[in-house]
Design a protein around this ligand. Structure first.
Ligand code: ADP
Length: 612
């Protein structure tokens, strides 16, 4: 936003600055160049004017000197001079003319007739010509020295005339005059080297001499009637060749002139100087168009500099703006960051406090939970043990029956042994004692299994022979199986090693076999099938009975604690829930379903210790 305002502002400044710079540079440099050139023009004009004056003035003494010549006096005093005398004087004049480097030197009588001249032998000789109309004649006749510039009526060449009266005596009136005409053309030729135009004007402002031929016989201001009359009377110039040219001075730049050169208006640097001795004005004109070009060049250069400087200033300002914006942005983001950091720190402190509080609570909860878990585990153990004892209780009657038989037999054998001993029949006594021993061993076998089952409380898990557990369990409830006339079929693997605890596993099987026997109580034939398979590291053992199976509605609940369909005192409803718990603790699963044959089917899945 700030940058775009800055950019537009810079562009506006630039749009104003550029033409302003160009214009100021142009006018200042133009003024300077005009001034500088004018100084040069003026100094050259000064040189030119003094040169011109010196060049003309060097002839000024000549008529005066010549007026003293006795021969000339003699000639002018005589009205009928001999031809010889005339030609002598003509030759003298020609000689003087040549030596002095003038155009013509001639002598005139008082009536204005030229009596002798240096150009006596030329076609346009002045001899015999009358020049009374020339002011230089009139001045000299009046006893003064005369000067005049005119276009020669005879020769058609421009010249400056010096005249002096010829007097026999200084107090006497003149007897004639001597005239020296100086050629302007030659003088002009020497001005060609100047790199400017010089104009030489007479009192009427007629340019009678210039190093630029176009300027000759132009008038720099309109001629008055009197002036025109004078020119005509003096036959100074033919009036019809005079052309008026107007010089219009510039208002803004003194020294500059606009000149209408008929086809176009041109500007010139101009200087003017008077030569009082000659009664002339000299002008110097130098075209000013070059100055305009130079000033335009300076202006263009200044504009370029302005563009460059503006560009530099613009770029550096833009950079400064950008840096400032970046700095502000950085400071702002730092501020925001600090605020966020402070807030965060505050929140961290709050959260830490809250966390340490909740940590305390959590620790307490963990402690409570551990305690509860320990309690649970202890309860579980007690429960399992209680269930075991319950199973033992159930088994007790069968075992009692089992023990009764050998006990009665022992009794008989012992009584008979007593009799045989009183008869001194040691042979029979020994035989009876041997039988008693065998029977007591059998009884010991029965009780050993029970003892092992009831006292072993080791919870260690390790590689366990699954089939040994099955057989141990069967042995424990053997009397019940036998009493109920239940047959057991085996489809077991030759070797089934699983991760388990043998006592716990036996407890599960005793429970499953016990349930099966309970369920088959009213069945016509009683069969427990044991089927074992191994798959992908697991060993599945299924206990299938020929009972009525489990009612569909009860299937989801049979593993719930205290769920039983048995009469009070017969079932506690803990067997399957504990069995399932035991198998889960061993890392396996216990599932119940009904077999296709109609009976219940319980499947125990345990992880095998061998790769199967
Ligand atoms: P309890 O034997 O004390 O009833 P269990 O947890 O061992 O407790 O068994 C729960 C119930 O599951 C039994 O009451 C019975 O209804 C059902 N059940 C268990 N085993 C079988 C089986 N083999 N056939 C039919 N029902 C069974």
């Amino acid at each position: 936003m700030v940058t775009s305002i800055f950019k537009s502002l810079s562009l506006i400044i630039f749009a104003v600055l550029l033409p302003l710079t160009a214009w100021v540079t142009y006018s200042v440099s133009y003024q300077y160049l005009v001034g500088k050139e004018l100084t040069s023009v003026r100094s050259q004009l000064g040189l030119f004017a003094s040169d011109l004056e010196a060049e003309i003035e060097k002839y000024s003494f000549l008529p005066r000197v010549l007026s003293r010549n006795q021969k000339f006096k003699d000639l002018l005093s005589k009205h009928d001079a001999s031809q010889n005398m005339l030609s002598n004087i003509n030759r003298d004049l020609a000689y003087i003319n040549t030596v002095s480097n003038t155009e013509v030197v001639y002598l005139m009588r008082l009536d204005g007739t030229t009596v002798a001249a240096s150009n006596w032998d030329a076609e346009d000789s002045f001899v015999g010509e009358n020049f009374t109309f020339r002011p230089y004649f009139q001045n000299a006749i009046a006893g003064r020295e005369g000067r005049y510039f005119a276009l020669g009526t005879t020769s058609g060449r421009r010249g400056y005339y010096f005249s002096a009266p010829v007097q026999t005596n200084a107090n006497k009136p003149p007897i004639g005059i001597v005239v020296v005409k100086v050629n302007i053309d030659k003088l002009e030729q020497s001005w060609q080297d100047y790199a400017m135009t010089f104009l030489v004007t007479d009192t009427n402002g007629v340019v009678f001499s210039s190093n630029n031929p176009k300027w000759r016989f132009r008038t720099l201001h309109p001629l008055s009637k009197d002036a025109l009359l004078d020119i005509r009377n003096n036959q100074q110039y033919p009036v019809d060749i005079l052309k008026q040219t107007t010089l219009v001075p510039s208002k803004s730049y003194p020294g500059l002139l606009s000149i209408d050169l008929s086809d176009r208006l041109e500007q010139f640097l101009s200087a003017q100087q008077a030569i009082p001795t000659l009664n002339w004005n000299v002008y110097a004109l130098k075209p000013a168009s070059g100055l305009k070009k130079a000033a335009l060049g300076y202006a263009a250069f200044a504009a370029l500099l302005a563009v460059l400087s503006w560009g530099l200033v613009y770029l550096s300002s833009l950079r400064r703006y950008n840096l400032r914006e970046k700095l502000e942005l950085k400071q702002r983001s730092e501020r925001q960051l600090k605020e966020a950091h402070d807030k965060l720190e505050q929140r961290v402190v709050q959260r830490t406090h809250a966390l340490s509080e909740s940590n305390k609570i959590l620790k307490q909860e963990i402690t409570d939970r551990r305690f509860a878990e320990d309690e649970l585990r202890r309860t579980q153990k007690e429960l399992i043990h209680a269930a075991k004892l319950a199973t033992l209780g159930q088994l007790a009657s069968g075992i009692t029956h089992e023990l009764n038989q050998p006990l009665a037999a022992i009794n008989n054998y012992a009584e008979n042994a007593q009799k045989f001993l009183s008869q001194n029949n040691s042979e029979q006594t020994r035989s009876n004692l041997f039988e008693i021993l065998k029977l007591s061993e059998r009884m010991s076998d029965i009780t050993t299994q029970l003892k092992t089952y009831s006292y072993k409380t080791d919870d260690q898990i390790g590689a366990t022979d699954l089939n040994k557990c099955i057989h141990n369990a069967l042995a424990i409830i053997k009397s019940r199986i036998k009493a109920s006339k239940t047959s057991v079929s085996f489809e077991l693997l030759s070797d089934a090693q699983v991760y388990a605890n043998d006592i716990r596993l036996e407890q599960v099987f005793i429970n499953l076999f016990g349930n099966a026997l309970d369920a088959m109580q009213d069945s016509d034939h009683r069969l427990i099938k044991l089927k074992q398979t191994a798959k992908e590291g697991w060993i599945s053992t299924r206990v299938i009975d020929s009972g009525p199976g489990i009612e569909k509605s009860q299937l989801p609940h049979i593993f719930d604690a205290f769920f039983t369909t048995k009469t009070v005192g017969v079932g506690l409803g803990l067997g399957l829930s504990i069995s399932s718990e035991i198998i889960q603790n061993l890392g396996g699963r216990l599932r119940a379903s009904n077999h296709a044959s109609g009976g219940a089917q319980f499947e125990i899945l345990l992880r095998s210790t061998t790769e199967t």
